[in-house]
Design a protein around this ligand. Structure first.
Ligand code: FAD
Length: 500
């Protein structure tokens, strides 16, 4: 146990720094904790990170942020899932939706009934039983309703937004609530000679910022947790070989789609993220299989519209820090780890880092047991996302390029093999309440990638054949009708932006 914590210093003001500052300003500043954030305009931020998952809604709600105001300020759009193109094989596409599949039937997850129907010869896709898929595929959107009888109650959404505008929005929020921003470049980090704990940040302009606890949000540089405290980084390139990205914005043409698109390419994949004012694009690829110039040419040749800005080349090592909390330093954001943006999980992992820091905030002094718990919760969250991402690559039939042949045949973690084998037999999958991805996500991706179970849970046989057929027909009609009555996504955004 060390002394009481009354001053937090956040190093770095990208998405991670300002998300942390906003949450601390809401929950700790009112109780007397001082928060100071140092960032350098000269260094800038990574400047990407435009797609999210539904947990962001809880984060915004926790801060009391109004959705219409937020969408207007960040040029945001709504996201109902991710469309994967050419992943299992060239020519195949599927949507990983938020929300749920089907209505509750006799105690086993819906997909068992779908599997039973399929094994009897039906060919209706699983997407016919998802409100989010039906809305997304017809370009529609509305917020979920509270009536549990309505299929629209199953809608769940996240956002696409401009990463720079999001950080600015949170900066205003945090500064209004008492966080002090300091402009300057950190040139050294001071440590106690006795304990090795951090004591202050020294800036190039000669100022010195002291604190009791330091949050490292310095991005890939990891100035505090990596360079100063020497915490090692686990490199996961053997499972996730993509280690480069090229991003480029292009003009927005037509209505904004309410989903992200991820299209498999020769040595990785290309994202397409629709915003109000532009479309974000990028190619995430493996430098072992493609060079930067080839990747850039492929990206530019595969855009829907003219570019509106320069290309931005990024390098990263997929993986995570062995410990994200050491002594009085907590790493949040890219300094803690990075997994490619295939399932838009980085901002969520920041949110997880911030909310667990609040839950374990050491007001009375740092307690090693709490530090250990924090490290295991955050470490497990990264490991869990890693397995889910590997699934997208490894469950492919593609062998048409050396990259796809590698990911198809590579060794994967035992935890993932067990999950896939269990599902492949009788469609069984068990999610825990605290898991980042629900059963819908895993089932969508496993089935989308062509893992079709040989059997199903026998409980799904409790309904007679003709009743099952009638129930499923009715469900498909309910979802399709509900989608047809929703407003177009673009009209919904236009209306919201006007009312903000
Ligand atoms: P940064 O944005 O790099 O911020 C670092 C901060 O530290 C800056 O303010 C910088 O000025 C400051 N700093 C650094 N060194 C110093 C110094 N010496 N002195 C003072 N200040 C310093 N996430 C998603 O959730 N969805 C996505 O769709 C998504 N897409 C991505 C695509 C790519 C190609 C990449 C690489 C990432 C993507 N991410 C995505 C991740 C997301 O961009 C990051 O998680 C998020 O932006 C947080 O970054 P950060 O704040 O940790 O780091």
């Amino acid at each position: 146990m060390t002394g009481t914590i009354s001053k937090v210093v956040i190093a770095g003001g990208g998405t991670a720094g300002w998300m942390t500052a906003a949450a601390l300003s809401r929950f700790l500043v009112p109780s007397g904790v001082t928060v100071e954030l140092v960032e350098s305009e000269q260094i800038g931020t990574v400047g990407v990170g435009e797609a999210t998952i539904p947990g962001i809604i809880d984060f915004n709600r926790m801060l009391g942020i109004d959705e219409a105001d937020f969408i207007a300020a960040t040029k945001g759009t709504f996201k109902l899932g991710i469309e994967f193109v050419d992943w299992d094989r060239v020519g195949n596409r599927y949507l990983h939706p938020f929300g749920e599949y089907g209505f509750d039937l006799e105690g086993v997850p819906f997909h068992h009934y779908w599997l039973r129907d399929r094994l009897r010869g039906s060919d209706h896709p699983l997407s016919a039983y998802s409100m989010c898929c039906q809305a997304a595929m017809s370009g529609k959107f509305m917020r979920p309703v509270s009536d549990p009888q309505s299929p629209v109650a199953q809608m769940r959404h996240a956002y696409h937004f401009d990463a720079g505008l999001y950080a600015r929005y949170l900066r205003n929020y945090a500064e209004q609530r008492g966080v002090t921003r300091v402009e300057g470049r950190i040139k050294a980090v001071d440590q106690s000679t006795e304990t090795g704990s951090l004591t202050a940040l020294e800036l190039e302009n000669g100022s010195r910022i002291e604190g009791d606890i330091f949050v490292d949000c310095t991005g890939f540089r990891a100035l505090l947790i990596g360079e100063t405290l020497g915490v090692d980084y686990d490199d996961w390139r053997r499972y996730l070989p993509c280690d480069r990205a090229i991003a480029v914005p292009c003009e927005k043409i037509g209505a904004a789609a309410p989903y992200t698109r991820a299209t498999a390419r020769e040595a990785g994949w290309q994202w397409r993220i629709p915003l109000q004012h532009r479309t974000g694009n990028g190619y995430v690829y493996s430098s072992s299989f493609l060079n930067d110039d080839e990747a850039e040419s492929a990206l530019l040749a595969n855009l829907d519209a003219p570019t509106t800005g320069p290309t931005n080349r990024l390098r990263f090592t997929p993986g995570r820090r062995r410990s994200v909390w050491k002594k009085n330093c907590v790493a949040i954001g890219l300094s803690a780890g990075f997994l490619e943006p295939l399932e838009s999980t980085s901002i969520h992992l920041i949110q997880e880092g911030v909310s667990k820091l609040l839950a374990l905030f050491p007001r009375g002094g740092i307690n090693q047991r709490e530090v250990t718990r924090y490290n295991s919760i955050i470490g497990n969250a990264y490991d869990y996302v890693r397995d889910f991402l590997i699934l997208h690559y490894n469950a492919t039939t593609r062998d048409d390029t050396p990259f796809w042949d590698y990911v198809r045949t590579m060794a994967v973690p035992d935890s993932l093999t067990e999950t896939v084998e269990l599902f492949a037999e009788n469609g069984r999958f068990f999610a825990h309440k605290s898991d980042l991805f629900s059963i819908t996500s895993w089932v969508a991706v496993m089935i989308g990638q062509g893992i079709l179970p040989r059997g199903y849970d026998p409980v799904a046989d409790s309904i007679p054949d003709q009743d099952l057929v009638a129930t499923l027909t009715n469900m498909r009609e309910i979802y399709a009708q509900a989608a047809s009555k929703m407003p177009p996504h673009q009209a919904f955004i236009d209306h919201l932006a006007k009312s903000a």
